[in-house]
Design a protein around this ligand. Structure first.
Ligand code: SF4
Length: 340
């Protein structure tokens, strides 16, 4: 592991101040649970010059907000969030997603903010023995495009990317897929003050800068995640399709939250994991569901819209039909009262 400086922050302001000048590839990084960053440092994938320990900050509460939503502090552990009564009762799809991720030991350590910042598990990114990775080493190429790309993206890849910018990595989080479906917002603090970023805009597509996973500035601190009031608790579901029953990342995942009036769908929120560089959403798919009668035809139409434009590589074309069938299955279960 490369040597690094260690600093403990005793306030959000101090943490933001310590991040000053951290815009370089090897700039300072915040550390909370450390379940992803430490692995990356041990393997030489991440080489921050400084770690800023934020574990002492008071960002570890789950509270009801005045508008009927819930605010989750950035340092709330994944297992605590999943099992909190407010989350279990109002956002069961989020509980399902959280409990499908990692292992109990990891969930006990990993934080909400850290989960948002998880990095891809692309094999070539994670192993420095592979020289070409535009995310780890910008401009070096991408070993995944012509390599083993079974777990990689089928949506959102930049069609104009060249060898020096292409990246077909997928975003790995389960939590973020549920947050995208629920319309959550990330609260952040930076040198210029505070701002809110909708989860659907927090993660980004690779574009010409695949080294950047999110739209968070390098000197900003995540302070909380806000969940809006939801009427979909009774009709929501999270499906995760993976190679093993536990401790595996999603090949495809689907979060659905429906408001139902009998068999009529009043409104629908839908997000996919394992298929793109960010949790994937489609306004067209959600609009097609609103006002429609729940049923296979309605759900298949939404699935087709959700996967419009999907393109496979040598080993991952199976994901396109797998995702469509997973969307239909998830919507069937959600419409019947899935997550309860
Ligand atoms: Fe790197 Fe992205 Fe290619 Fe994986 S898919 S090797 S993360 S550039």
């Amino acid at each position: 592991m490369h040597p690094f400086e260690y600093q403990r922050a005793d306030s959000p302001e101090a943490a933001v101040h310590a991040l000053t000048g951290s815009h370089t590839v090897h700039g300072a990084k915040l550390i909370g649970g450390g379940t992803n960053l430490i692995d990356l440092m041990k393997d030489g994938v991440a080489q921050p010059s400084k770690l800023i320990d934020i574990t002492q900050l008071e960002l570890n509460t789950v509270e009801e907000t005045k508008d009927g939503g819930v605010r989750v502090g950035a340092l709330v552990r994944n297992s605590d969030m999943a099992n909190h009564p407010l989350i279990r009762s109002r956002y069961p799809v989020l509980t399902q997603a959280l409990l499908s991720g990692a292992s109990p030991q990891l969930r006990n350590m990993a934080t909400a903010g850290g989960n948002l910042m998880q990095r891809t598990r692309c094999y070539y990114f994670m192993d420095t023995a592979f020289p070409a990775c535009n995310k780890r080493n910008p401009g070096s190429g991408c070993d995944a495009v012509k390599g083993i790309n079974r777990i990689h993206a089928v949506l959102g890849v930049n069609p104009h990317a060249d060898e020096k910018t292409v990246c077909i990595a997928t975003h790995p989080s389960d939590m973020c897929v549920a947050l995208a479906a629920l319309g959550a917002t990330v609260q952040v603090k930076g040198p210029k003050g505070v701002r809110s970023i909708p989860v659907r805009e927090f993660h980004r597509l690779p574009g010409k800068t695949p080294e950047l996973d999110t739209n968070l500035a390098a000197d900003e601190l995540i302070t909380a995640i806000d969940l809006p009031r939801s009427n979909a608790a009774a009709h929501s579901h999270y499906t995760k399709v993976r190679d093993r029953q536990s401790y595996a990342f999603a090949l495809v995942s689907v979060a659905a939250a429906l408001e139902m009036d009998g068999q009529t769908i009043r409104s629908a929120q839908l997000a996919l994991g394992g298929v793109a560089h960010k949790p994937w959403t489609s306004i067209e798919a959600e609009r097609s569901l609103a006002g429609a009668t729940a049923g296979p035809e309605t759900f298949r139409k939404a699935a087709e819209l959700m996967m419009a434009g999907a393109t496979g590589y040598e080993h991952n074309t199976f994901k396109i039909e797998l995702a469509k069938q997973s969307i239909v299955r998830t919507l069937v279960l959600a419409s019947k009262g899935g997550a309860a």
